[in-house]
Ligand binder design. Structure first.
Ligand code: ADP
Ligand code: LRH
Length: 480
């Protein structure tokens, strides 16, 4: 086939977007068909996602991307799910991973199956909100008792679009219930944890056709003709890693949006004790790969400061932060204490005080503290990923919304002592669209060929590390 038009639906924690991609065998071009805000909605004591608003955003996006689409693919943030009852009805709004219901849940799970044994099977880093811990927190609720199916967010949207039920593997690997070696559900772990294995639909690998858009979806979106929904790397980070424009194998990536996901791409999981203690994750990637990575708190730290300050413009703040002294104070951007929403500037100041550093007082100084801290955490994760996996790293690719943040890119290059190549901002959408295009037969090859298409289609910015760019070793010592 000479070309195709596909819609990449990419739902991030801070915004959802539908990108219309025109794909040829060696180049893609996209337009942003629709973007809509996303974020936690507090109802009573619980943080939710407004999943119907997201579904409507997807429909609006498909309408804007149409009227002719050759395929559709959906990716989103990981771990969260909707429950369906025996009639297929949604049992409540999906709970947001930042909700406090998981406080203490990991410990309760580990009391039944030790963390070492979980890691041996799943290779997953402990994040308090992994699906397995959310299910422990939900145990005994009427909702879970009534549930007959659990669908992660992209699988839920695919279900609403097509009627089909499937679990795409890359996102399934973030549940804590998938075997990282076999890429299959671990019914053994489910049994030991008292989790009903029949909740989980059959797994599919990225590239599989999930189904066709339902007639009422075609009618509502004004799309003409039929359109398959293709399973893409449905974990946004998996699609973003496909969209990394690396030319060789010796690269690390920093996928920076609400989170920074920092790591390397491997052919097989690394399930060592050292990796487990360093809290490295073996999340599964497209084409049988493993994303060996760690979560860093990401631009959430900045987003929450901005929200506290009444959402001032970002540009002037970043410019002021660039003029602040380097590394005056840093915090541990891996600390789960930063996960919940709420008064972020105060929490940052408290963390500085705890580690004997002068808390930043101005907005510019707080922003600089956040960006220095992120760069420091990027450096640590890049180094540890290389050490623990044996992968050589000679370049760091920064993709996602944070690739727009020149100060963050520059600091990351300085901290890592490696060149940073920044872009594309919409790496997840590129990766999503290219996996669809390959399923349609428009582009051919493996990840190297898909990445060559990304390189041919987008402008990239290179940042060389600067000598004298700050004493990062000393800054790291302050957090030791
Ligand atoms: P997510 O997918 O998690 O919702 P994105 O990848 O869309 O996140 O990244 C959002 C972040 O990108 C914002 O929080 C902001 O910090 C950063 N960003 C967006 N636009 C700009 C910009 N023009 N300059 C600097 N940073 C930006
Ligand atoms: C980034 C992301 C990340 C997960 C988090 C819940 O959007 O998918 O990879 O850890 O959301």
């Amino acid at each position: 086939t000479a070309g195709a038009r596909v819609a990449a639906v990419d739902l991030g924690a801070s915004s959802g977007r539908v990108m219309a991609f025109d794909v040829t065998p060696d180049r893609v071009d996209f337009t942003e068909a629709h973007r809509f805000p996303n974020g936690p909605v507090r109802l009573g004591g619980t943080l939710h996602w407004d999943v119907l608003a997201l579904y409507r955003g997807v429909l609006d996006g498909l309408r804007a991307a149409g009227p002719r689409l050759d395929a559709v693919g959906v990716d989103s943030w990981a771990v969260d799910y909707g429950l369906l009852d025996a009639t297929g009805a949604l049992l409540g709004n999906p709970v947001h991973y930042r909700d406090a219901r998981t406080d203490g849940a990991a410990d309760a799970v580990h009391a039944r199956v030790p963390a070492t044994e979980l890691y041996d099977v799943t290779g997953l880093q402990v994040l308090p909100f992994n699906t397995v811990y959310q299910l422990a927190a939900a145990a005994g609720t009427p909702q879970l008792a009534a549930a007959r199916q659990l669908l992660l967010v992209p699988d839920l949207l695919n279900h609403w679009l097509t009627g089909a039920r499937a679990a795409e593997v890359t996102n399934a690997s973030t549940t804590g219930l998938l075997d990282a070696r076999t890429r299959a559900w671990s019914t053994g772990l489910m049994d030991r944890l008292g989790i009903d294995a029949t909740l989980f639909p059959p797994l599919v690998e990225a590239g599989a056709v999930v189904g066709e858009l339902l007639p009422h979806v075609l009618a509502e979106t004004g799309l003409t003709g039929r359109a398959p929904v293709v399973a893409v790397g449905s974990h946004d980070t998996a699609s973003a890693v496909v969209g990394v424009p690396a030319a060789g194998r010796d690269f690390a990536y920093v996928a920076t949006g609400t989170w920074s996901l920092v790591g390397v791409e491997l052919d097989a999981p690394v399930l060592t004790g050292a990796g487990r203690r360093a809290n490295f994750s073996n999340e599964l990637g497209v084409d049988g790969t493993v994303r060996y990575l760690r979560n860093v708190m990401g631009l959430w730290l900045l987003q929450e400061c901005l929200r506290e300050w009444g959402d001032p413009a970002l540009g002037p703040l970043l410019a002021a932060a660039a003029d602040e002294p380097a590394l005056a104070a840093v915090v541990d951007a891996g600390d789960p204490a930063f996960i919940p929403p709420g008064d972020m500037p105060a929490r940052i100041a408290a963390a500085c005080a705890r580690t004997g550093q002068p808390p930043p007082t101005t907005r510019a100084a707080i922003v600089r503290c956040v960006l220095d801290s992120l760069a420091l955490a990027h450096r640590r994760a890049v180094r540890e990923a290389a050490e623990l996996s044996g992968r050589v790293v000679d370049v760091v690719h920064v993709v996602g919304g944070g690739a727009r943040n020149t100060l963050l890119c520059r600091l990351t290059a300085d901290a890592c002592g490696l060149p940073v190549v920044a872009g594309p901002v919409e790496a997840a959408a590129y990766g999503n669209a290219l996996v669809q295009a390959r399923a349609l037969g428009v582009v051919a090859g493996g990840l190297a060929e898909l990445r060559a298409v990304v390189r041919a289609s987008t402008g990239l910015v290179r940042y060389e590390p600067r000598a004298g760019g700050g004493d990062w070793d000393e800054a790291e010592e302050r957090l030791a």
